[in-house]
Design a protein around this ligand. Structure first.
Ligand code: ADP
Ligand code: MG
Length: 687
């Protein structure tokens, strides 16, 4: 039979309903009742029994079934946090850590930071003596291993969202497997929305050889237990596009308006890719609503992405006022990490931002790429929690069936491994290629990472961490290249400035970009612009911010993100403390931008490029791999095109664009990394 067509009169998008559907869901009420109604509650006894009797328990359950918020509470109720022990629950995303921790604190009726706390990079809301349930990013738990390699204070570690296969999650799983051999009393829970449970189970199965040793006979069973939590659900009807669209942003806006006009009440969740397209869509929607002649019920438009200020996050989680409809425009954070109440409609763009690394060109960037079928299924599931829902996929059924990959690729296999290698080395794991990974990284990527670490002076000829440089760099919770900048700044006498720059590079962006206000933003940037490049420009912004008395009005006037600047001040303060611990005495170079740029070059020399003089288009080529790159239009050096530059990161759209660019003298490259550049640059420097 022919599927029913849903037509948008304005000619925007055409959908038809498919016959397949998927399900999930439950309703609301008081906190205690609500807790008991969660699917995972039926498995409370089973979970506690399995954790008691097995070293590793794998728990698979749909998003919203209560894994993250309930299991740590069950464990505490069962006594796993007694005697000063702590229950840890890791998440790949910072925002999810904050959100679930505050939810659990609320459910337990305690102040966040007391019994229930969280730690993310540069933010620690725990109390060593009081906190019993601790949420943290997997990256932070890896760092904790540097001080306490066996993670002795934890009785149970729940590695949540394991299906995401983030780089840190995979490293963590490999290390936890090692720790388990030394600490048989430690319990692991691997939990996720969808997982190849068998793969994880095989990975954690402790080898048979160990069996039969007397001491182990009474301990927990070495082979992992697998538990699948069955949810109750509502159907979600899936709609596909008749024809593919080229502009998914516009299509998602049209689809939201279509739902808002034609469908009964219920909130809408839109999956886009990142802050830029989310803000753009939010603005388009707000305009659409204002222009509508027909007075339909109100539409509340809310963005959701990491780095969103706290107050705006709270709006996303607060109940929708009666008679109104919320539309939440999110990154894939709402795919499985966060539970949003009241969603009935999902609009799936079919894309997300993903990290990709090419070991041949040595280029890593975040690109907007198609999601997998597994992700699409998760996104769809978000529509069926309160009642039957609908999911609008902004792609065709044929595309879904024939072209969409079944599963995503683990991040380990599409990342630059520099940070990963340094982390393992600092934990004393020398044979990195022989390390027991859940998914093996590409050997070429490993070789590239070792090469850079060697050039940075972090590894010695035996591929061991150098002392003190390597160990110091491992201590600083930043990209090793930035940490190296700080150490070089110490020698060059500009550490005050470099920790400011490091702070600014740690936040998403210090500029506020508003669609349609590009001119104001460009003008504001010009007011601070330094001929030496973006990083020196940031110092001007920081100085202006301090001189204004850290004023939010000043930020507003200059298109600067006040929240981001406050965060920079906090991060800078932490870097100051870390530097102090490493024996670095902060010193200012009083705007001697040459030493500043030498320190910058000492960190990111591997990202050096030269302008192709024959080209009129501003084309640069990287020194190492001769990749074509261009200065990003948001850079103060756009169109200035100095002959030699180093950049901090690349974004790729139609071309590879360099962001955070600094003009340099090529002789500094040889100074900073003689082994690296000797041969390659010799002719260039003469030139
Ligand atoms: P899972 O980890 O299995 O995806 P969670 O433990 O995150 O599930 O969520 C379980 C339930 O707790 C949700 O279905 C929702 O009802 C409630 N919940 C979770 N987070 C929040 C929140 N921030 N605000 C309100 N309710 C929430
Ligand atoms: Mg969860």
């Amino acid at each position: 039979e022919r599927p029913r067509l849903i037509d948008d009169e304005e000619g925007g998008v055409l959908f038809y309903a498919s016959s397949s559907s998927t399900s999930s869901g439950i309703g609301y009420s008081s906190i205690e009742k609500q807790r008991q109604r969660l699917p995972v509650f039926n498995y409370r006894t089973a979970i506690l029994y399995l954790v008691e009797t097995h070293s590793t328990t794998i728990i698979v359950g749909e998003t919203g079934s209560g894994k993250t918020t309930q299991i740590p509470q069950y464990l505490k109720e069962a006594g796993w946090a007694e005697g000063g022990r702590v229950i840890a629950c890791t998440q790949p995303r910072r925002l999810a850590v904050q959100a679930v921790a505050s939810r659990v604190a609320e459910e337990m009726g305690v102040k966040l930071g007391d019994e229930v706390g969280y730690t993310i990079r540069f933010e620690d809301l725990t109390d060593q003596n009081v906190t019993r349930i601790k949420f943290l990013t997997d990256g932070v738990l890896l760092r904790e291993m540097m001080d306490d390699p066996l993670l002795t204070k934890y009785s149970v570690i729940m590695v949540d969202e394991a299906h995401e296969r983030s780089l840190s999650t995979d490293i963590l799983l490999g290390l936890l497997k090692k720790i388990q051999r030394r600490r048989p009393e430690l319990r692991l829970i691997i939990s996720s929305a969808t997982i190849e449970a068998k793969l994880m189970s095989d990975f954690f199965c402790i080898s048979k050889r160990r069996k039969g040793k007397g001491a182990e006979e009474h301990g927990p069973r070495p082979e992992p237990a697998i538990l699948s939590v069955q949810g109750r659900g509502f159907n979600v009807q899936i709609h596909y596009l008749e024809e593919p669209v080229s502009d998914y942003l516009q299509a998602s806006v049209s689809t939201v308006m279509l739902i808002h006009d034609q469908e009964p009440m219920g909130d809408i969740l839109v999956f886009l890719t990142g802050q830029d397209d989310i803000e753009a869509a939010a603005q388009l929607l707000t305009e659409e609503v204002q222009n509508q002649k027909k007075k339909s019920s109100r539409l509340i438009v809310l963005p959701l992405y990491s780095g969103l200020p706290r107050a705006e996050q709270d709006l996303v989680f607060s109940p929708t006022p009666r008679g109104q409809r919320k539309v939440i425009i999110s990154t894939n954070i709402a795919e499985t990490s966060l539970t949003l109440e009241g969603i009935v409609y999902v609009v799936d763009s079919g894309f997300s931002k993903q990290r990709f690394y090419n070991p041949i060109s040595d280029i890593e960037n975040l690109v907007v790429a198609p999601i997998s079928k597994a992700s699409a299924k998760q996104r769809t599931g978000r529509a069926g929690r309160v009642r039957p829902g609908k999911c609008y996929r902004l792609y065709t059924e044929e595309y879904f069936l024939k072209e969409m990959p079944a599963e995503g690729i683990p991040e380990m296999q599409r990342s630059n491994l520099v940070s990963c290698v340094i982390q393992l080395k600092s934990l004393g794991i020398d044979n990195i290629l022989g390390f027991d990974w859940p998914a093996s990284p590409a050997p070429e990527a490993m070789v590239r990472a070792l090469e850079v670490l060697y050039a940075l002076g972090i590894l010695d000829d035996d591929a061991k961490l150098t002392s003190p440089t390597g160990f110091q760099i491992a201590e600083i919770p930043l990209d090793p290249m930035i940490s190296k900048m700080i150490l070089s700044a110490n020698q060059l006498g500009c550490s005050e400035e470099i920790i400011t720059i490091a702070g600014i590079l740690s936040v998403q962006s210090i500029w506020v970009s508003i669609r349609g206000a590009q001119k104001e933003l460009d003008e504001a940037r010009l007011r601070f612009a330094a001929a030496e490049g973006d990083l020196v420009t940031y110092l001007n912004v920081y100085k202006g911010f301090l001189q204004s008395g850290k004023s939010s009005q000043w930020c507003h006037k200059n298109c600067i993100n006040y929240q981001a600047m406050k965060k920079v001040i906090e991060i800078r303060e932490q870097l100051r403390r870390i530097s102090h611990r490493l024996g670095i005495v902060l010193k200012s170079c009083d705007r001697d931008t040459e030493v500043l740029r030498k320190a910058i070059t000492a960190g990111i020399f591997a990202n050096a490029c030269r302008l192709e003089t024959f080209s009129q288009t501003g084309m640069y080529k990287t020194i190492r791999t001769s990749q074509e790159v261009y200065i990003h239009p948001s850079s103060v050096l756009f169109r200035v095109n100095p002959k030699w530059v180093v950049f901090h990161s690349l974004v790729s759209t139609d071309r590879q664009y360099m962001r955070n660019v600094t003009a340099i003298d090529p002789s500094w490259l040889l100074e900073a990394a003689p082994h690296f550049y000797q041969h390659q640059t010799a002719n260039y420097v003469a030139y």
